[in-house]
Design a protein around this ligand. Structure first.
Ligand SMILES: Cc1cc2nc3c(=O)[nH]c(=O)nc-3n(C[C@H](O)[C@H](O)[C@H](O)COP(=O)(O)O)c2cc1C
Length: 188
């Protein structure tokens, strides 16, 4: 029986009807049962300002603690102007500091990009991957997850209606579960 692994999920959209959140919910619903998904809200994370590090805002401390507590991280991002939304970048920056105490360090990760458009937020996906290199988040390479046409995948209740996408997300989640073990199992 595989060990339970807690996965922090970071959704890069604050929009109530976010397609990205719906995709992240769908991944959680089809993932292997040893993965326990915790959606960590980035909305309360205030703007990063290095001057505040001596007495960090309570929302930074709470967010950093939540990131530290999970075993692995899953980023689901939309694309804003061919990159990640500022709110997601800000949250990533906040948990990366203070210097030398990044909460992200060493946690296995994966990226899903989501867009109604055909390019499927490729730009955001790869800008995010660039950050993960510096943050020492070993990111799953394959399968990559570019979810396009996202406005046509869900019913009025937000349930995924596209079978091939469900099948793909299931394979993605299985691969992520294996990837987490590749990175964490040697450490226990
Ligand atoms: C400021 C802004 C910039 C955007 N830039 C892009 C873009 O570069 N590429 C893209 O595919 N969609 C872009 N869009 C459209 C988003 O893909 C669309 O709003 C999507 O629904 C956002 O994801 P969500 O549904 O999870 O909120 C942009 C939207 C906004 C508000």
């Amino acid at each position: 029986m595989p060990k339970t692994r807690n996965v922090g999920v970071f959704v890069g959209s604050l929009r109530k009807e976010s397609f990205t959140r719906k995709v992240a919910n769908a991944v959680a619903s089809v993932a292997p049962s040893n993965l326990n998904f915790e959606f960590i809200d980035i909305a309360p994370v205030s703007h990063y300002n290095q001057d505040l590090e001596s007495t960090p805002p309570a929302d930074w401390t709470a967010f950093r603690q939540k990131v530290s507590a999970v075993d692995a991280v899953l980023f689901a991002t939309p694309e804003y102007n061919r990159s990640v939304p500022g709110v997601l970048k800000n949250a990533i920056d906040v948990a990366s500091r203070p210097y030398g105490k990044s909460a992200w360090n060493g946690k296995p990760g994966a990226v899903i990009s989501v867009s109604p458009g055909a390019i499927s937020a490729f730009g955001a996906n790869h800008h995010l991957r660039q950050m993960l290199v510096f943050l020492n988040i070993p990111a799953m390479q394959q399968p990559e997850a570019y979810i396009g046409g996202a406005d046509k995948l869900f019913d009025a209740n937000g349930a995924l209606t596209n079978e091939s996408t469900r099948e793909f997300l299931g394979k993605f989640a299985e691969a992520f579960a294996e990837w987490i073990e590749v990175i964490l199992a040697p450490k226990g």
